[in-house]
Design a protein around this ligand. Structure first.
Ligand SMILES: [Zn+2]
Ligand SMILES: [Zn+2]
Length: 257
């Protein structure tokens, strides 16, 4: 579509779906500046398993012993009603502009939290199965992941072959790398209990062939929009650790339950 058509299209879209804040109903944005400021002030990072406060969402000393693969989960916002509504309309009503606002919020909090506990990290989204992706048309986790990382061009992948952390041949600290794929078309986790979720997601992921040798000794952040029991992130972490990843953390916009 030409740009001018796109603008007209957007104009009608705004009439049909006027942008009103999901919190206070003010027009203009889905999450207005004021409501944005009120989103979970001073939300502390905790051990995902027991809720003890930890520096950057890593599992505490006790829970660490039970976690085989995942090193921690960072969660940035409480599951306020306003976020719940925004995420729902983004994912199930395909309002992409809501996604843009969610990415902004995510990005702001991510860099505000000053995560400096490792050097260079690779940021990977939780992948959707290709059937799900073609149904939705986008992967919400990929958009969040891209908002906090540097993406290089497809044909720049070559740099990875010679990548070395000590040589520091890449300046950016957070590098986007869509290296996981969902090989099993699982049913949605929504509505499933913890054990069902684990079973449903088991062996659902793999590392794309071209990246399998690259994973060794690297640190990864796996990005997802909402974490519930953590079973998806654990499964992604297992997949990466099987290929020798050093550390794997989950990074999520919000946590439900
Ligand atoms: Zn508002
Ligand atoms: Zn704990």
């Amino acid at each position: 579509m030409k740009k001018s058509y796109l603008k007209i299209f957007q104009f009608f879209l705004d009439i049909i779906f006027p942008k009103n804040c999901y919190g206070c109903k003010k027009s203009g944005k889905y999450i207005c500046e004021n409501c944005r400021k009120n989103l979970s002030k001073n939300f502390p990072q905790t051990c995902f398993s027991c809720g003890a406060e930890t520096e950057f969402g890593e599992f505490c000393e006790v829970c660490k012993k039970r976690e085989k693969n995942l090193d921690g989960i960072l969660v940035f916002y409480k599951f306020d009603e306003i976020l719940r509504k925004a995420i729902h309309s983004y994912k199930y009503k395909f309002r992409k502009e809501v996604g843009v606002e969610l990415s902004e919020i995510f990005r702001a909090k991510f860099f505000e939290s000053d995560i400096n506990f490792f050097s260079q990290v690779f940021v990977a989204p939780v992948p959707l199965h290709k059937n799900r992706l073609s149904w939705r048309g986008f992967n919400q986790s990929e958009n969040l992941a891209r908002s906090i990382s540097f993406s290089f061009e497809k044909n720049d992948f070559n740099f990875l072959k010679n990548f070395s952390e000590t040589k520091n041949n890449f300046q950016e600290k957070f590098i986007f790398l869509d290296l996981l794929e969902r090989t099993k078309d699982t049913r949605p986790q929504v509505g499933l209990e913890k054990l069902e979720r684990e079973k449903n997601i088991k062996n659902a992921f793999s590392v794309k062939k071209e990246f399998q040798n690259f994973v060794q000794e690297k640190t990864f952040l796996i990005v997802d929009d909402v974490v519930t029991t953590g079973s998806t992130l654990r499964e992604c972490a297992k997949t990466l650790k099987n290929f020798g990843a050093k550390k794997v953390f989950g990074v999520c916009l919000t946590k439900s339950r």
